[in-house]
Write a protein that binds this ligand. Structure first.
Ligand SMILES: Cc1ncc(C[n+]2csc(CCOP(=O)(O)OP(=O)(O)O)c2C)c(N)n1
Ligand SMILES: [Mg+2]
Length: 337
């Protein structure tokens, strides 16, 4: 079984990248970045309440992985999930309306930032309890196998889930029963303010795949093409015979853990943050696409303008959407019929 690490590869293979794909990858990453910046503004203005965890800096992971999958494949994520939901193809207007707690939101405004769900794009949520969605991903994999389908499940989670029992239980069963789940650990080196070294006896997270006899590797989480490549191989394995994989995407969040910790300055140095920002995944791909001739400066400008318009439209839509009426309190809850 493949047990290797791809983290040291210089840059991802460019085979099969054409202007159309480059445009989509760039547009999706910029959409997530602008969306998140507007969400931060909405939070500061008091339009968004509760928790808000931004994905800024980590965009390449969701975008690269989603680009290697089919629209009917599933994705499931933790609470930092706006990016995964948007990458999957959810309407930014409805995602923003959910953050605003409005009736036109994906969860009718009753879930908020951490509870986005969208059946229309096979996005299985936003889950606030660390590690709790990993067994759900395994269950979704079981359901695919039981129904005889060839879809796969992308399960995104943070390094903070790795020391938890659910990570190990979910990986063990997925390997034992050959369930088509791709466990994608977004290793941003911190779980809130706790660094990896303070939480894990083994900090090379990809190595945990060995214990469960599944292919596993680490990948540069700032390189959208490297992620696309590694996830593409995992998807191919999963489609053939249900082989699951563990992929450790090494990334970094440029903002704090949540809007209550805006800069994350207490537990990491300014120098560290500035150094990591030099590897901004959007800037890296922008340079690569220009050099390779996949996109021109004009293309980039027009994509950015387009995205900015879509995000403005999403904010206006969210602002205009009403709050859920009081009767909604009693809908979408489990009850005996
Ligand atoms: C079971 C559980 N324990 C504790 C918490 C509190 N908590 C919320 S986020 C978080 C850190 C998780 O970090 P990580 O998984 O690395 O994800 P990241 O925020 O870095 O994306 C913790 C401990 C929780 N939500 N659930
Ligand atoms: Mg983390």
């Amino acid at each position: 079984m493949a047990q290797k690490t791809a983290i040291f590869q210089k840059s991802a293979p460019a085979a099969g990248i054409d202007p159309k794909l480059a445009r989509a990858l760039y547009a999706d990453m910029v959409l997530i970045r602008r969306f998140e910046e507007k969400a931060a503004e909405g939070y500061a203005l008091g339009k968004i309440g509760g928790f808000l965890h931004l994905y800024i800096g980590e965009e390449a992971v969701a975008v690269g992985a989603t680009s290697a999958m089919r629209p009917d494949d599933y994705a499931i994520a933790a609470y930092r999930e706006h990016g995964h939901c948007l990458a999957k193809g959810s309407d930014p207007k409805r995602v923003m309306a959910e953050l605003y707690g409005r009736i036109d939101g994906l969860s009718k405004g009753k879930g908020g930032s951490m509870h986005l769900f969208d059946k229309s794009v096979n996005f299985l949520g936003g889950h606030a309890i660390v590690g709790a969605h990993l067994p759900l991903a395994t269950g979704a994999g079981f359901s695919i196998k039981y129904r005889g389908g060839d879809q796969v499940v992308a399960c995104y989670f943070g390094d903070g889930a790795v020391p938890e029992g659910e990570f190990h239980e979910a990986m063990n069963l997925a390997a034992l029963w050959k369930l088509p789940v791709i466990f994608i650990c977004e290793n941003n080196r911190y779980a809130m303010g706790t660094s990896l070294e303070r939480a894990l006896a083994e900090t090379e997270i990809w190595k945990f795949g060995r214990a469960y006899n599944m292919p596993s590797e680490a990948v540069d989480g700032m390189d959208v093409l490297a992620i696309r490549d590694v996830i593409g191989q995992a998807v191919a394995r999963a489609r053939v015979d249900g082989t699951p994989s563990l992929i450790e995407a090494r990334t970094y969040r440029f903002r704090g853990h949540s809007m209550r910790d805006p800069a994350g300055a207490v537990y990491r140095t300014k120098e560290e943050v500035e150094r990591e920002k030099l590897r901004d995944p959007i800037a890296l791909f922008r340079d690569r696409a220009l050099k390779a001739g996949w996109l021109s400066e004009d293309d980039l400008r027009s994509i950015e303008k387009d995205v900015a318009d879509r995000v403005d439209e999403a904010v206006a839509f969210a602002d205009a959407s009403p709050e859920p009426p009081i009767e909604e309190l009693l809908t979408d809850i489990f009850k005996e019929s």
